[in-house]
Design a protein around this ligand. Structure first.
Ligand SMILES: [Ca+2]
Ligand SMILES: [Ca+2]
Ligand SMILES: [Ca+2]
Length: 150
């Protein structure tokens, strides 16, 4: 009984290692069979979207607490400046959707007092000033893009 549990753990770990490393190109970081990249160059939200769209990637769509935690920990550890996610309320103020899929956000991680739409802020990023919680920024701000692909 005990031996079979240990075997299961060994196999499960092995399978996880393969699946988490197999898909990602150099420079991309794997998590839960998706690949992530922190873009070097600061771009506006739309410019970031277009740039990564050409690489079959998209600004991150954060599906749950754990994906959000993985990304925040990553940014914090690397001390990365503010980064774009793919979340926006450009189409309808206060209605937060993932760009291109238009799916509603299923979770949120707003910083204190956010989103405040200050001067019409419609695009969401991880905000260093608020310990990497989410903030709505003006979409024409230039931030580093945080991208995801399958
Ligand atoms: Ca995702
Ligand atoms: Ca807004
Ligand atoms: Ca804001």
């Amino acid at each position: 009984m005990k031996a079979s549990i240990i075997w299961f753990i060994i196999i499960a770990k092995h399978v996880k290692d393969i699946s988490s490393t197999a898909c990602c190109e150099d420079g991309w970081i794997s998590y839960n069979s998706h690949c992530y990249l922190i873009g070097q160059e600061e771009r506006t939200f739309m410019a970031a979207h277009h740039f990564y769209d050409q690489q079959a990637a998209y600004l991150v769509r954060i599906d749950d607490y754990w994906e959000n935690k993985f990304l925040k920990d990553l940014l914090r550890n690397l001390e990365v400046s503010d980064t774009w996610t793919g979340l926006s309320d450009q189409r309808s103020e206060g209605i937060w959707r993932w760009f291109n899929t238009y799916n509603h956000a299923s979770m949120s991680d707003w910083g204190p007092g956010e989103p405040n739409n200050l001067g019409n802020e419609d695009c969401v990023g991880f905000y260093t000033e608020k310990n990497y919680h989410w903030n709505d920024f003006k979409c024409n701000r230039k931030l580093r893009p945080l991208c995801e692909k399958l």
